[in-house]
Design a protein around this ligand. Structure first.
Ligand SMILES: [Zn+2]
Length: 255
C-alpha cells in the first residue's frame, strides 16, 4: 500500500482525531483547503492526491527525484556539470498542472492562506537542510513589484517555516536592487544574465550563518544562484535552498 493510499483510507475514519490527527500531521503532508473534509488545514484528499510529492532518493544538488538510490549526497549529471552557489536543494513536489494551480493562487490570487500549507510541506521535504541551517531567508521581490503585489510569496512561505523550524527569520537579509524582467520564456543562459548582480545581502545579518533560502518554484536555479552568490559575498557560511515545486525539465517554461 502506498503512502497516499494509506492516508486516503485513514483520512475518513471518524475516530481519527486529537492526538492521532496531530501525529499524522507531523509525518504526512497536510490535506484540505478546497471544501472537502479536512484532516488539517490543507487540501481535499482528491486534490492532494494529484500533487506529485517528491520522496527520497533525490539529487542532493537540485532535489530532482532519482529512480534508484545511488548513495548519500549523490548528484545528478546536470548538477555535477554545473555547480551552483547554493550547495543543496530540496523540493516538496514537482511543478506540474496541479501544483502550478496552487502556487499561482498564492502568487496572484491573494490566497496567502496557502502559505502555511506550503511551509508544512517544506518542513517535511527540507528537514535535512533545516537541521543544518541557522536562519531562513526568502528570495526577495523588487520593491516596485512588492508594492504592486502587496506581498512576497516566498516570504509568506518562509515566515511560518522559520517559526515551525525555530530558526531565525531574515526577511530583509537580501534585497533585489534591480527590477528584473520576468524569467519566463528565457533560456538557462538568458535567465542567468537577467538576474546577474540583481541581489545584494546585508553582511550584518548573514555573516557566518548557514542560510536556508526559500522560493516557490525552482526552474533553472538562476535566481537562487544569484541570491546565494550575494549571501556568500556578504559572508554567509553556506547557502541551501528549499522550494515548493521543482520544474522537471530545464527547458524554458513560463511561470
Ligand atoms: Zn541535480
Amino acid at each position: 500500500m502506498s503512502l497516499q493510499d494509506g492516508l486516503s483510507k485513514r483520512v475518513w475514519k471518524p475516530g481519527l482525531i486529537g492526538a492521532g490527527r496531530r501525529a499524522l500531521d507531523l509525518v504526512l503532508p497536510p490535506t484540505a483547503l478546497d471544501g472537502g473534509p479536512a484532516l488539517s488545514p490543507g487540501l481535499h484528499a482528491e486534490a492532494w492526491g494529484r500533487i506529485a510529492f517528491i520522496d527520497d532518493p533525490v539529487c542532493d544538488g537540485c532535489g530532482s527525484p532519482f529512480e534508484f538510490a545511488p548513495g548519500f549526497g549523490e548528484r545528478c549529471a546536470g548538477c555535477m556539470g554545473r555547480p551552483r552557489a547554493f550547495e543543496r536543494t530540496r523540493a516538496a513536489c514537482l511543478y506540474d498542472d496541479a501544483s502550478r494551480e496552487l502556487i499561482l493562487q498564492l502568487k496572484h490570487a491573494d490566497r496567502t492562506d496557502l502559505s502555511g500549507l506550503f511551509a508544512k510541506w517544506l518542513s517535511r521535504s527540507a528537514r535535512e537542510l533545516i537541521e543544518e541551517a541557522d536562519a531562513i531567508a526568502p528570495v526577495p521581490l523588487h520593491r516596485l513589484r512588492l508594492l504592486r503585489r502587496r506581498y512576497n510569496q516566498a516570504a509568506e512561505i518562509a515566515r511560518p517555516l522559520a517559526r515551525m523550524a525555530e530558526l531565525e527569520y531574515l526577511p530583509d537579509a537580501l534585497v533585489r536592487r534591480r527590477a528584473t524582467a520576468s524569467q519566463g520564456g528565457r533560456s538557462a543562459g538568458g535567465r542567468r544574465r537577467n538576474v546577474q548582480g540583481a541581489f545584494v545581502a546585508d553582511r550584518r545579518k548573514v555573516e557566518g550563518k548557514r542560510i536556508l533560502l526559500i522560493d516557490d518554484v525552482l526552474t533553472t536555479g538562476a535566481t537562487a544562484d544569484a541570491c546565494a552568490r550575494a549571501l556568500k559575498a556578504a559572508g554567509a557560511a553556506c547557502v541551501t535552498l528549499a522550494v515548493v515545486a521543482k520544474v522537471k525539465e530545464t527547458a524554458p517554461v513560463t511561470i
